[in-house]
Design a protein around this ligand. Sequence first.
Ligand code: SF4
Length: 215
Amino acid sequence: MISRSRTQARLGDHVTHLMQCRRCPRMQSTPVSGGVVVSDVMLIGQAPGPREPVLQRPFAHTAGRTLFQWFEKFCGLSELIVRSTIYFAAVCRCFPGKTPNGGDRVPAPDEIRNCSSWIDEEIEILRPRLIIPVGRLAIARFINCATLDEVIGRKFRVERAQYRFDLIPLPHPSGASPWHKIPPGKQLTERAMRKIALHPAIAGLVDRHRRARRN
Ligand code: SF4
């Protein structure tokens, strides 16, 4: 069994290399990382917006507010605990820039391919028990996602980087789409969050956080 300190060191090296990555010339920022958080749980977003590179953390703006409200409401975990106990990754780690109509550009297939090796390496290092992909682009990296209705509220067993784990997808919490606010998306999102709250890997995070605070 690999020791926690060795995993911490490998993940530290990994994040250092990730922050130096410049593979995608069309990206408009350098990579954003949630830091070196050894965890049984990975949360995978789509790509940072314009504010995240400035604030140097993922989900730093309005989408993050909604996401962290879900964790507070259903799991009893504050933003601080979520950020310090869950490893944050993304389909692409750099801000793709804006489209002519002002929305965030969706990363191109070559950029998604370029960035996927970072996720594979993180799965190999962390061997997570639970992965939470947030938004269709992130979900589609693991399972077919023709519509959110078919996948939100369900748990999947998935293999990636020669490793098996549970996958519980969430919709993107950005205000750009109302899907998670109206039926059936609202109910399906709540069902997904209840599944996340009951997952043993989440319970393990809460226990570990409480023990760390006592010591
Ligand atoms: S999007 Fe990913 S692969 Fe592309 S430059 Fe940023 S970190 Fe590197």
